[in-house]
Design a binder for this molecule. Structure first.
Ligand code: FRU
Length: 517
């Protein structure tokens, strides 16, 4: 039975595990984004779309710091404390975030730097575009853009202005490094650099000031397309549309690519997103698969010559990613439903198993009760036999009272029991039988008789006499046709009424009922 109950709980446990997981718990991957904007939204949606794409499911959650370093530090700390399996971070600023990353690593959580890095070597892997390469590529392209007009200026050198992103962030530092190195190779360019902060407003102000000061640039390279729109605004507002060439980085379908198509910009650089690759790298790390620590994603220069094709492809990819997200949502809902169904099935199985267990226990109890009743009946019958049928007497049966602490019967006791039984049977019909007379018969005083009978039977002689009278009556009722009255007198009761009462106390029914039954 114990084994059956053990197996029952094992089955329950397995069912529970089955109901709770579809292929093990999904890994919890938290993404800490430094900022919002089109580029970030694209990469976020790619990561979300990749949640069920690989061997193991991922549960991706994204937190945005909106360019606020202190907010990002708080977010990182609380994410690490929330029991995530891995952190993906694009740090707002390289230096201040490093300490928070140290705390995450100290908690044993793997960290992937994505797109941007922090000033620490304590990270698990990096994945993102090559920003030095991006700056260099745009620089080389810029060197081909100067028109004859610009070249035949009195100064003889086209003015190139670079507006950086926030220089406390790694992409701004690296893009600047790449662009400046290209400009160094092209001394024919009159190159200057101004620090921006990734926002279009700041870029707009910088350019507007220069124009109004009569120091307008011929070419402006902004570290992202967002800033390029700020520059375009300044150019339009100062009536110089078409006279200043603007370039940016990011190459989003509805941002940079669109501006190149519209002619607002003369170029952009597709800064790769590939959120699905980020999730793949995260899962490889979590599943203990081999992975590269440095993962560089390929970018590409976009010019008015190739923009149509690239824009078409990008939009197509965007649409497909949207479709993937829709599938993801449906999958999530489906898995949710399956989860509920599994729980209902589990509850039903548990109920059935509990009912079966209850049924088995009740059945066992019933069988046990029946056995006890039968055993009691047997003891009663055997006692009856002893008191009434000398041939079937066995002392240990006679005085076998399992609940009493009586010592086991001895031979002398058996002899005494025989004599006592005989004496009682002889005088039983005498309703006025005194214990003294019974003692005389056995050669004992009244007190001695009491002690001996009590020691062997646990009853006083009076009780024993009464019980034997009733047992005898029971046998007579069953084995003769004598009336109840006759039997009452025969076994030594003065009145049949009192006899019936005592009989019922002893056997649970009246003598007449025994006859009828
Ligand atoms: C968005 C962004 C992009 C840029 C990238 C660099 O937050 O500013 O425009 O290419 O970050 O990390």
């Amino acid at each position: 039975m114990r084994r059956a109950i053990g197996s029952f709980f094992l089955i329950l446990f397995m069912l529970f595990m089955g109901a709770c997981s579809r292929e093990g718990r999904p890994y919890r991957i938290a993404v800490s984004q430094c900022a919002s904007g089109q580029w970030r939204e694209k990469v976020n949606s790619e990561m979300l779309a990749a949640q069920h794409l690989y061997d193991h499911h991922a549960e991706v959650s994204v937190a945005c710091a909106y360019d606020d370093t202190q907010l990002q530090i708080r977010q990182i700390d609380s994410l690490a404390a929330s029991g995530i399996d891995l952190l993906v971070v694009a740090p707002t600023e390289s230096a201040p975030i490093a300490e928070a990353i140290g705390r995450v690593r100290a908690a044993g959580i793997p960290v992937i730097f994505f797109d941007r890095k922090a000033s620490t070597d304590d990270y698990t892997a990096f994945i993102g575009g090559d920003n030095v390469e991006a700056g260099r590529t745009v620089g080389e392209y810029v060197s081909t853009l100067s028109s004859p007009v610009e070249r035949f200026r009195p100064s003889g050198r086209p003015k190139v202005l670079e507006i950086t992103g926030a220089m406390s962030s790694s992409p701004a530092q690296e893009r600047h490094e790449g662009f400046a190195s290209a400009m160094l190779r092209h001394p024919e360019m009159d190159y200057t650099c101004a620090e921006g902060d990734w926002t279009s407003d700041k870029a707009c102000i910088i350019v507007e000031k220069l124009i109004r000061a009569g120091n307008r640039p011929d070419i402006v390279f902004c570290h992202n397309d967002g800033m390029a729109t700020g520059v375009y605004k300044a150019v339009v507002e100062t009536g110089l549309e078409g006279q200043i060439k603007i370039l940016g980085i990011d190459g989003m379908p509805y941002e940079g690519l669109e501006y190149v198509k519209l002619g607002h910009q003369v170029g952009t650089y597709v800064y790769p997103t590939h959120g699905e690759e980020v999730i793949r790298l995260a899962l490889d790390i979590l599943m203990g698969k081999p992975y590269e620590r440095e993962n560089v994603l390929q970018g590409m220069m976009v010019t008015p010559d190739n923009v149509d094709l690239i824009a078409l492809n990008s939009r197509e990819l965007l649409k497909q990613n949207d479709n993937l997200i829709t599938i993801e949502d449906k999958l999530e809902r489906y898995f949710g439903l399956v989860g509920i169904q599994n729980k209902i099935i589990l509850a039903a199985v548990v109920t059935i198993l509990l009912l079966i267990t209850a049924f088995i226990l009740i059945l066992r109890a019933l069988i046990q009760t029946r056995k006890t009743i039968r055993k009691r009946q047997q003891v009663n019958e055997e006692q009856t036999l002893f008191y009434t049928d000398a041939s079937a007497r066995r002392l240990h049966d006679i005085f076998d009272r399992p609940d009493d602490d009586l010592p086991p019967p001895r031979t002398q006791d058996m002899i005494f029991a025989e004599q006592l039984n005989e004496a009682v049977r002889k005088h039983m019909s005498n309703p006025n039988l005194k214990m003294d007379e019974l003692g005389d018969e056995l050669g004992l005083s009244r007190v001695q008789l009491y002690r001996k009978v009590k020691a062997i039977t646990g009853q006083s002689p009076v009780e024993l006499l009464r019980q034997m009278r009733l047992q005898r009556a029971y046998a007579l009722l069953q084995s003769t046709n004598k009336t109840v009255q006759e039997i009452a007198f025969e076994v030594g009761f003065n009145t049949p009424g009192y006899f019936s009462k005592c009989f019922r106390e002893q056997f649970g029914k009246y003598p007449t009922e025994l006859r009828e039954g």
